[in-house]
Design a protein around this ligand. Structure first.
Ligand code: SAH
Ligand code: DHB
Ligand code: MG
Length: 224
């Protein structure tokens, strides 16, 4: 058992002993580390939450903003069942997208996942123009100042009952400190306020601790 680090790091490590991280996800995270990608992918505990939320709404179609190396993508793709399973994910950085593509293919989700390279707002406009079938879940995890714009862009793509998860909205508590004007914090604060103001969404913010420190996720549902 791991005995070093903060209590929440030790508890995340213990969870990983109780319920081992699937090999395909260990491999994907190792490839990201070897390529010196920033260490900001969802933790295993967070990835499990994404997977169980997708399973809970019976998701077949997921849209993701911010792919990095495809770790969260693989957690989400692993929840999707049936011939209509599909995940569209947007990534700005071609090197990130290439590593994600390789990780996703190796994990066995090559035919399920569409990695689209470029600025996500442009990509989302292009996707909307294709009039796709409605999506069941959106995971928003790219550049934080754009969070309010991402909310507006994904809402027309979602069915009633769909789930929206926005990562990293607590940022060590800075979200509640109105004196903090870091654009990353402002983007997260503004998207929380925007969700709260909409009558067609219900939502909560889950504050989280773990290997990634103190942060949190906005979880919303489209009530219609
Ligand atoms: N969801 C991933 C982590 C994403 S990190 C996981 O948990 O495994 C954030 C990613 O968003 C980075 O790869 C970054 O290149 C990408 N990104 C930043 N700005 C973007 C933009 N405008 N459009 C699309 N992707 C963007
Ligand atoms: C950062 C981005 C993330 O998506 C994350 O989960 C953690 C940190 C960042 O840009 O600092
Ligand atoms: Mg994140």
């Amino acid at each position: 058992m791991t005995t070093t680090g903060s209590p929440w790091q030790r508890v995340d490590s213990w969870f990983d002993e109780v319920s081992p991280v699937p090999q395909v996800l260990q491999d994907a995270q190792r490839a990201a580390d070897d390529a010196e990608m920033p260490p900001i992918a969802v933790s295993a505990a967070q990835g499990r939450l994404l997977r169980l939320l997708a399973g809970a709404v019976g998701a077949t179609r997921v849209v993701e903003i911010g792919t990095l190396a495809g770790v969260s993508t693989i957690w989400l793709a692993s929840a999707l069942r049936g011939p209509d399973a599909h995940l569209t994910t947007f990534e700005l950085d071609p090197a990130h997208a290439a590593l994600a593509r390789a990780n996703i293919d190796r994990a066995g989700f090559g035919s399920v996942v569409d990695v689209r390279v470029g600025p996500a707002l442009e990509g989302l406009a292009g996707l909307a123009a294709e009039r796709p079938d409605p999506y069941d879940l959106a995971f928003v995890d790219a550049d934080k100042p754009s969070n309010p714009a991402y909310l507006e862009a994904v809402l027309p793509l979602l069915r009633t009952g769909a789930i929206i998860v926005v990562d990293n909205v607590v940022r060590n508590g800075a979200v509640a400190d109105t004196g903090v004007d870091d654009p990353k914090v402002v983007g997260s604060r503004t998207v929380i306020e925007a969700v709260a103001a909409r009558p067609d969404l219900e939502a909560t913010v889950l504050q989280t601790v773990g290997v990634k420190g103190y942060d949190g996720m906005l979880v919303a549902r489209v009530t219609g």
